[in-house]
Design a binder for this molecule. Structure first.
Ligand SMILES: [Zn+2]
Length: 285
């Protein structure tokens, strides 16, 4: 799964959408691009009413629109954005088109799921299929929104499996802990002074709890300023987040203490850290 935008950006999207769309409203599917559609019940075609959306919510890095009978799940992946027609300034992209009809009046507006780069995904499932889908059930505890305490830490630890995995790998695994991607993992590990290649074995329970508290604090600080826009992220008002001004190692050449930041390629992505501030811990390395 593509790891951006991360939980603070998706939560920002959800909050802006909730303010602008003011649920409840009737949601109708008008048309869709099969290229980004993951699942759609066979009997739902264009102009199929999906029912009343009472709340817009977030699961991990997904936007979730639930009605009594259906669940629409949207994963933005770089350039996907749910755009009400009154903000429609985007060039043509790949689209899924919904119509919102407010229950209290005649407020029709079109909601476009725009995705210029076509990495996004959209699911429409019956409520039952969604509730029983093992994929949606598999996400780890949510570090942005949940209370971080010893019970949260033990729920995360239960999902870790082998403690020989690196801490960076674990924090990025959405099935261990939900919401962190490439930007925040670098910032969280820097703030915690933990080397990204440290193994879970090297980290004490107290250090692990502090690390989770740091993750929660950093991600909420980002949410307070609308998330991080280092590449393409825009909310549904086409506004950028502001947290990129606070980044300490991600895409930085020096850490705040003036040391050189290292970028190591890990898979298709870069891992940023300060080798001076973030030493490998324990005796296993
Ligand atoms: Zn440093």
């Amino acid at each position: 799964m593509i790891l951006i935008p991360e939980a603070p950006e998706v939560e920002s999207m959800v909050r802006v959408l909730s303010e602008d769309l003011k649920p409840p409203f009737v949601l109708t599917l008008l048309s869709y691009d099969p290229a980004i559609m993951q699942k759609i019940p066979p009997h739902i075609s264009s102009s199929g009413s999906l029912g009343v959306v009472r709340r817009i919510s977030r699961l991990s890095k997904f936007i979730v629109l639930k009605t009594q009978d259906y669940v629409v799940t949207l994963h933005p992946a770089f350039t996907g954005v749910l755009l009400p027609s009154f903000w429609d300034k985007y060039p043509d992209g790949h689209r899924v088109k919904f119509e919102r009809t407010a229950l209290s009046g005649c407020d029709h507006s079109t909601l476009y799921w725009h995705d210029r780069r076509r990495f996004s995904k959209v699911w429409i499932q019956s409520r039952r299929d969604y509730d029983e889908d093992p994929y949606w059930k598999s996400f780890g505890p949510d570090v942005l929104s949940e209370v971080i305490d010893a019970s949260f830490a033990s729920r995360v630890k239960e999902k870790i499996g082998s403690s020989k995995r690196t801490i960076r790998d674990l924090l990025l695994d959405q099935h261990v802990i939900s919401g962190i991607g490439n930007i925040y993992v670098a910032e969280i590990l820097y703030e915690s002074r933990i080397h990204p290649d440290s193994k879970m074995l090297d980290i004490t329970s107290d250090q692990f709890l502090t690390l989770l508290e740091t993750a929660h604090k950093i991600m909420n600080s980002s949410l307070d300023v609308g998330g991080t826009s280092v590449w393409t992220y825009l909310n549904s008002r086409l506004e950028k987040g502001q947290y990129q001004k606070n980044l300490k190692v991600f895409k930085q050449s020096k850490c705040p203490l003036g040391h050189e930041v290292v970028r190591e390629k890990k898979g298709s992505r870069g891992s940023y850290y300060c080798p001076t501030c973030q030493k490998k811990g324990g005796t296993n390395d």
